[in-house]
Design a protein around this ligand. Structure first.
Ligand SMILES: O=C(CO)[C@H](O)[C@H](O)COP(=O)(O)O
Length: 219
């Protein structure tokens, strides 16, 4: 699986052009990406979606800028917990989904890198993480339960100092409706449903990388 993560990460390097500002996602697949970027040293600047990715990138000699000063990113490369043929993704097992969504939304193009275990027919089996203002913990948990989720609180806080509630649904029949319902809960600051953000995915399975594009192309 690690070989496939590395292959997917290296395939996505083809998207990186000198002069770009590149968003770095979070997770074990992105760790391979950061290592490959450190080895090849393209002339680009970076923003990071987590303190862990920022630290790994800086340790590899990459120039990481403060996202707080950045309104637009050329390209973001990030992992996913599930991705399907619609390029709907569930993200956030690593807990970085709020920063990941900000950076993805700021990006002209966002690509997912993943091993084959992440490619699914339709997203919905993975737990859906929700970043929650601590003040609103019980209220948001009750609202998520009302949407049909089994809810479990993580012990760790996000890089933003907030809580994470993992919401597990029996199935997600209408991802757009679920995203809208969670977006409407006061105190729910972000969630791991990425429905409009992903433009392409590089998925490696048994040593073969497949590229899926939002327009339906593959290669
Ligand atoms: O969304 C994420 C972190 O918030 C990760 O990108 C996702 O969990 C995939 O991680 P990995 O590459 O370790 O499987």
């Amino acid at each position: 699986m690690d070989d496939d993560k590395r292959l997917a990460a290296e395939a996505a390097l083809a998207e990186v052009r000198d002069g770009m500002l590149v968003g770095l996602g979070t997770g074990s697949t992105v760790a391979f990406l950061i290592a490959a970027l450190a080895a090849r040293a393209p002339r680009v600047d970076y923003v990071a979606t987590s303190e862990a990715s920022a630290a790994a990138a800086r340790a590899g000699g990459l120039a990481v800028r403060d996202m707080g000063e950045v309104a637009r990113v050329d390209l973001t490369i990030d992992g996913a917990d599930e991705v399907d043929a619609r390029l709907y993704a569930i993200k956030g097992a690593g807990g970085a989904m709020l920063r990941e969504k900000v950076v993805a939304a700021a990006s002209d193009r966002m690509v997912v890198i993943a091993d084959g275990s992440k490619r699914v027919r339709a997203i919905g089996a993975a737990k859906l993480p929700v970043e929650v203002l601590p003040f609103a913990r019980a209220f948001v948990a009750a609202r998520l339960a009302g949407l049909g989720a089994q809810v479990e609180a993580r012990k760790t806080l996000t890089d933003n100092g907030n809580l994470i509630l993992d919401a597990r649904f029996a199935a997600i029949a209408d991802p757009q409706a679920l995203a809208a319902a969670i977006d409407a809960i006061p105190g729910a600051l972000g969630h791991g449903l990425f429905l409009d953000e992903v433009d392409a995915a590089y998925v490696a399975a048994d040593g073969i990388v497949t590229r899926l594009e939002r327009d339906g192309a593959s290669g």
